[in-house]
Ligand binder design. Structure first.
Ligand code: ADP
Length: 406
């Protein structure tokens, strides 16, 4: 079956086409036939296309006036026309899968989309206004481009449906819980894949493993996974809680917000902008939200970049230790996503401070640049440390096949 996956982020729109059979294993991703990526930065839009045949195309232009939907429609047209085409017509697409950020309290398992599901996804806007809009636009677009084709929604919050009450409920007034103000957790699609993949790489039963998965990209979160189930995670009601991120603060004393509001130096939207877009690596370093730039500046002696790196690692380490406490011990650590997969410095700094848990890296393996998933712990390390490529889109495609009405 040919499955098209739409994965919309705040400033990117990714899409990938996979060919998958019903027999594909849940812990071994395969590369896509075609990948498209749109990125918006200021007034500029960049389109990148890549095919399994090795064709790469990149084009930048002024952001067109038709909005995100028009850009997405144009990108998908490249599936069947032009140099990077891999199918002869839209009819060849069997299923469409969507990453939906927030399932709210009612949606967690992957589902085939019908009008009721769409309404529920839209209804989540009441608790998370910023999260699902681009996903809904993608669903509408797919209905128009691929009429009658089944569509599946996979939720970033879904894997964390097993959080125990003590990890799920905020210690505010009890009525918050009744209003849906509780912890949901995010990045679940990748946390789940990484936990399954770790079990396969270690040749161990998932049911007997305690794993801390570290998803460190532009957004960063940790999950505590035991027996394949999420027992704790660092993101909460929104993807703002927890670790320091590229432009997001992660957890801070909520009293700071009250202080700023009381002083009237910030409003609601102002606070949202500060915490989501002007904090984190960017806010502290003043250099960039990109870990590569922060590391380079730190190595050149920029003290704020060094501080940004140190805070990032400090919060990562204390978060990993907290996840380990939730699990009552740890057998494996997984590093995944842009920083987790590529930054030997971050992995080394974090693991060095967690030696007391029985974690020891093999420095050469940690620094090796292998495209494959790899165990980078020393032979004697009691805890295994794995680097696993994030495979969100493939995991969504697999859920589509699993739920396929055919
Ligand atoms: P997203 O969450 O948007 O999918 P990614 O998973 O691609 O993001 O992660 C982006 C982050 O990965 C950026 O902070 C980038 O600096 C970081 N990154 C990518 N390559 C490297 C590298 N070689 N060293 C350190 N950080 C890296």
């Amino acid at each position: 079956m040919k499955i098209l996956v739409l994965n919309s982020g705040s400033s990117t729109q990714k899409s990938a086409l996979f060919e998958l059979g019903a027999d594909s294993a849940p812990d071994q991703a395969a590369p896509p036939l075609w990948e498209g990526r749109l990125e918006w930065d200021g007034g500029k839009e960049t389109l990148s296309l890549r095919t399994a045949g090795g064709k790469k195309i990149q084009a930048a232009r002024e952001t067109p006036s038709g909005g995100r939907s028009a850009s997405l429609r144009a990108m998908l047209g490249n599936l069947w026309t032009g140099e990077a085409a891999v199918v002869s017509s839209p009819e060849e697409i069997d299923l469409i899968g969507h990453r939906i950020v927030h399932g709210g309290a009612r949606l967690s398992e992957p589902v085939v989309i019908d009008s009721e599901v769409t309404e529920t996804i839209a209804g989540v806007a009441e608790i998370a206004p910023l999260h699902n809009q681009s996903g809904l636009e993608g669903i509408q677009m797919a209905e128009a481009l691929f009429p009658g084709r089944p569509q599946v929604a996979v939720f970033d919050t879904g894997f964390h449906r097993t959080l125990p009450p003590a990890a799920l409920v905020y210690p505010g007034p009890y009525e918050w819980l009744e209003r849906g103000i509780r912890r949901y957790g995010f990045h679940g699609i990748n946390h789940e894949y990484c936990a399954k993949r770790a079990a396969r790489l270690l040749r161990r039963e998932a049911s007997r493993l305690r794993i801390v998965t570290c998803h460190l990209g532009n957004g960063c979160s940790l999950a505590a996974v035991a027996g394949g189930r999420s027992l704790d995670t660092t993101m909460g009601f929104t993807p703002l809680e927890g670790l320091m991120m590229g432009t997001r603060s992660g957890s801070i004393d909520p009293g700071i917000l009250v202080h700023l509001l009381r002083q009237e130096t910030a409003s609601g939207p102002g606070l949202d902008n500060i915490l989501n877009h002007r904090s984190g690596l960017l806010g502290i370093s003043g250099v960039s939200s990109d870990m590569r730039d922060v590391l380079q500046a730190a190595n050149e002696g920029n003290p704020r970049a060094k501080l940004a790196f140190d805070i990032f690692v400090h919060r990562l380490v204390t978060g990993m230790a907290a996840m380990t406490a939730s699990l009552g011990g740890v057998d494996a650590i997984v590093f995944t996503a842009g920083i987790g997969e590529n930054s030997a410095e971050v992995r080394e700094a974090a693991c060095a401070r967690l030696g007391f848990l029985g974690i020891e890296l093999d420095p050469e393996k940690n620094r090796s640049r292998q495209p494959d998933d790899l165990d980078i712990a020393s032979a004697d390390s009691r805890v295994r440390v794995l680097v696993i490529r994030a495979q969100e889109d493939w995991a969504i495609a697999r859920e589509c096949v699993r739920l396929s009405p055919k």
